[in-house]
Ligand binder design. Structure first.
Ligand code: NAG
Ligand code: NAG
Ligand code: NAG
Ligand code: NAG
Ligand code: NAG
Ligand code: NAG
Length: 371
C-alpha cells in the first residue's frame, strides 16, 4: 500500500459529509489524540497533584489572550496546528468534559504531560495519565458515544475517526518520557532492571498490546508520530560538556523508531482493515536543529527560557524569557516553540501528501509514512 491512501483517509470523511452520508450530529472529521506533553492541551490541570503541568506563566505567552492553558509551549502544540490545517477545532482535554458531554462526538484529547507507553513511566510527576489510562478513558468515551447515537452510528464514527498518537513522540519533548524519565534515569526501576535492548523489547510488546486494544475499541486509522532527536533537546545537551547533542540518545531513538515502524507494519497485516501509519519526523527535527537559519530561526542549541539545568526544565515564572520566541526552536528545555511546531507540522503534512518521495533520507531506512 502506498501514500495516496492517506490522502483518501483524510479526505473521505469530508467527502462523506458533502454527500450527506453523515447526520448533523456527526462532524466531518473526528480525531482522538493520545500522547504526552507534546500534545497535551490541559488534562493535567485537572490532576491536583501532578507536577507535570504548565498552567502558569510563561506558558501560553503567545497563545490566545496570552493565557496559560496547560499546553507545554509558548503558543500552539502540534495538535492545535494539525487541527487548524484540517479545518477542525483542536479537541478538548478529556478531563475538562463532563461525563455525558456532547463534545465527545467531535473528538477528545487524552494527552497528558509525563505519560509514557509503560504504566510506570513518569511516576516522578506523581499524577499523569499513562497510555493505558488514556485508552481506558477512550473506552469510556466509546460507551458514551454509543449511548448518544446508537451502536451502528457509533461504530461508523469510530472507524472513520483519525487516532493520533504522539506517545514518547517528539524528540524534543518531555513527551519522550519512556526515554527521558524512565530509560535514561538510572535511579528509576526500569533503568536498573533491563538492558537497553530488553527495554526496547518491553516497550514494543506493550505498544502492540495497546494499539491492538485501540483497534478492538474501533480505531482503524491510526497515525503514530515517531520520536525526534531527543539527544538534541536543551536539557540533554546540557549534560554534554560542549553542549552537543547526545549521540547515544539519538541512536536509541532511531532504534526505537525502527522497532515501532516494524511492529506497525506487522499490525497492518494482522488486523483486518487497520490503516496504521508511522509518521517518521526524526530527520525533519534533526534538520531543523542542525540548520535553524534555513527555517528562519536563530537559536536551536538552547531554549528561549534558558532553564536547561533547572529541575524539571520547565519555564517557571522566574525564568528570563527571550524577547522573540520565533527565533528559538526550543521554548523550554524539552519542548519546541510554537514557531518550531509550525515548521514540524508543515513537514509532517508535506510528507503525508507527497506521493513522489516515499522513502526518506533518514539514516535508519525508515519509510516516511506507511500504511
Ligand atoms: C443532501 O441532503 C439534502 C436534504 O436532505 C438534499 O436535498 C441534497 O440533495 C443532499 N445532497 C447530496 C449531495 O446528497
Ligand atoms: C498503573 O499504575 C497505577 C499506579 O500507578 C495502578 O493503579 C494501575 O492499576 C496500573 N495499571 C495497569 C494497567 O497496570
Ligand atoms: C468511566 O465510566 C464510568 C461509568 O460509566 C465512570 O464511573 C468512571 O468515572 C468513568 N471514568 C472516567 C475517568 O471518566
Ligand atoms: C550555540 O551555537 C552558536 C553557533 O550557532 C554558538 O555561537 C553558541 O556558542 C552555541 N551556544 C551554546 C550554549 O552552545
Ligand atoms: C522575530 O523573529 C522572527 C524570526 O527570526 C522574525 O521574522 C521577526 O521579524 C522577529 N520579530 C521581531 C518583532 O523582531
Ligand atoms: C524528492 O526528494 C528530492 C531529494 O530529497 C528532492 O530534491 C525533490 O525536490 C523531492 N521531490 C518532491 C516532489 O518533493
Amino acid at each position: 500500500m502506498s501514500i495516496p491512501l492517506i490522502l483518501a483517509v483524510l479526505t473521505a470523511p469530508i467527502l462523506a459529509m458533502a454527500a450527506n452520508h453523515t447526520s448533523t450530529t456527526t462532524p466531518s472529521l473526528v480525531t482522538f489524540i493520545f500522547g504526552d506533553s507534546l500534545t497535551e492541551v490541559g488534562n493535567n490541570n485537572h490532576l491536583r497533584y501532578s507536577l507535570a503541568r504548565s498552567d502558569f506563566p510563561f506558558y501560553g505567552i503567545d497563545y490566545t489572550n496570552r493565557k496559560p492553558t496547560g499546553r507545554f509551549t509558548n503558543g500552539r502544540t502540534i495538535i492545535d496546528i494539525i487541527s487548524e490545517k484540517l479545518g477542525i477545532p483542536s479537541p478538548p482535554p478529556y478531563l475538562s468534559l463532563h461525563h455525558n458531554d456532547d463534545a465527545v462526538l467531535k473528538g477528545v484529547n487524552y494527552a497528558s504531560g509525563g505519560a509514557g507507553i509503560l504504566n510506570d513511566t513518569g511516576t516522578y510527576f506523581i499524577q499523569r495519565m499513562s497510555f493505558d489510562d488514556q485508552i481506558g478513558y477512550f473506552e469510556n468515551t466509546t460507551k458514551v458515544i454509543t449511548v448518544k447515537i446508537g451502536q451502528t452510528s457509533a461504530k461508523t464514527l469510530l472507524h472513520r475517526a483519525i487516532y493520533f498518537i504522539a506517545m514518547g513522540t517528539y524528540s524534543i519533548v518531555r513527551g519522550s518520557n519512556d526515554y527521558m524519565h524512565n530509560f535514561l534515569q538510572p535511579s528509576l526501576p526500569d533503568g536498573r532492571r533491563y538492558t537497553h535492548e530488553q527495554f526496547l523489547e518491553i516497550l514494543s510488546l506493550k505498544l502492540v498490546e495497546q494499539l491492538t486494544r485501540l483497534y478492538l475499541l474501533g480505531a482503524r486509522i491510526v497515525i503514530f508520530h515517531a520520536l525526534g532527536p531527543l539527544g538534541c533537546v536543551p536539557s540533554e545537551r546540557a549534560k554534554s560538556t560542549t553542549n552537543q547533542c547526545l549521540r547515544q540518545v539519538n541512536e536509541w531513538v532511531v532504534r526505537f523508531n525502527y522497532k515501532v515502524q516494524k511492529l506497525i507494519k506487522a499490525l497492518n497485516f494482522k488486523l483486518k482493515k487497520a490503516q496504521f501509519i508511522f509518521a517518521d519526523t526524526y530527520q525533519d527535527g534533526l534538520n531543523l536543529i542542525e540548520n535553524p537559519s534555513k527555517y528562519g530561526f536563530k537559536v536551536s542549541n538552547r531554549s528561549c527560557c534558558a532553564i536547561e539545568t533547572a529541575v524539571g526544565g520547565l519555564c517557571l515564572s522566574y525564568a528570563h524569557v527571550c524577547a522573540n520566541r520565533s527565533e528559538y526552536v526550543f521554548w523550554d528545555a524539552f519542548h519546541p516553540s510554537d514557531a518550531a511546531n509550525v515548521v514540524l507540522v508543515d513537514r509532517f503534512f508535506s510528507k503525508l501528501f507527497d506521493t513522489s518521495n516515499s522513502s526518506t533520507k533518514s539514516s535508519s531506512n525508515h519509510i516516511g509514512y506507511m500504511l
